[in-house]
Write a protein that binds this ligand. Structure first.
Ligand SMILES: [Zn+2]
Length: 179
């Protein structure tokens, strides 16, 4: 299992590189990401959050009812004009929850870990939210980029604390909404 990288680590701000080789190494990495996501009660996890700057995302928006979705090199093919506000957390920001407005419906194309292309059409609700949050991660964007400067200012104390944390230090607070 990987340690989660927290806010303050520059890898979270890098645009991650596309995956070009679909081999056993990639499969192992994906497996370990899925395990790390489950252990941390996450809805999703992006590779930069475990210190790997590659365009890999895993999502479990069903609390383990169906196998997690693995998305390699994901791209949006549709983004709705309608926007909804929803509370979001992030495994890289322990104990921070923010109301964030994002498009309500999205479609995505991606590759699975074997290199097969697939499409997720018109995802809504938690899945749409997780897809946008995780794809943000591989572009170096974070939840604090979606709130006002004032809100960010109000968070500065908490953010300072998080950036001083060492990976693996967060205690499991049972937070099940973090991505
Ligand atoms: Zn996140």
């Amino acid at each position: 299992m990987f340690d989660i990288i927290y806010y303050g680590d520059p890898i979270l701000r890098k645009k991650a590189k596309a995956v070009s080789v679909f081999d056993g190494k990639l499969k192992n990495l994906v497996e370990e990401m899925v395990e790390t996501m489950a252990q941390n009660d996450g809805v999703g996890l992006a590779a930069p959050q475990v210190g790997v700057s590659k365009r890999i995302v895993v999502i479990d928006a069903t609390k383990g009812e169906v196998p997690p979705i693995v998305l390699i090199n994901p791209e949006f093919t549709y983004v709705s004009k309608e926007v909804v506000e929803r509370e979001e957390g992030c495994l890289s920001f322990p104990d921070i929850h923010l109301d964030i407005k994002r498009p309500e419906i999205v479609s995505v194309k991606a590759f699975d870990e074997t290199g097969k292309e697939f499409h997720l059409e018109k995802a809504a609700d938690l899945l749409a939210r997780a897809l946008q949050h995780e794809i943000d991660h591989i572009d170096g964007l974070l939840i604090i980029d979606h709130v006002s400067l004032l809100q960010r200012k109000m968070l500065s104390g908490k953010l300072k604390k998080i950036s001083a944390m060492v990976p693996g230090e967060a205690t499991g607070s049972g937070e099940a909404k973090a991505v």
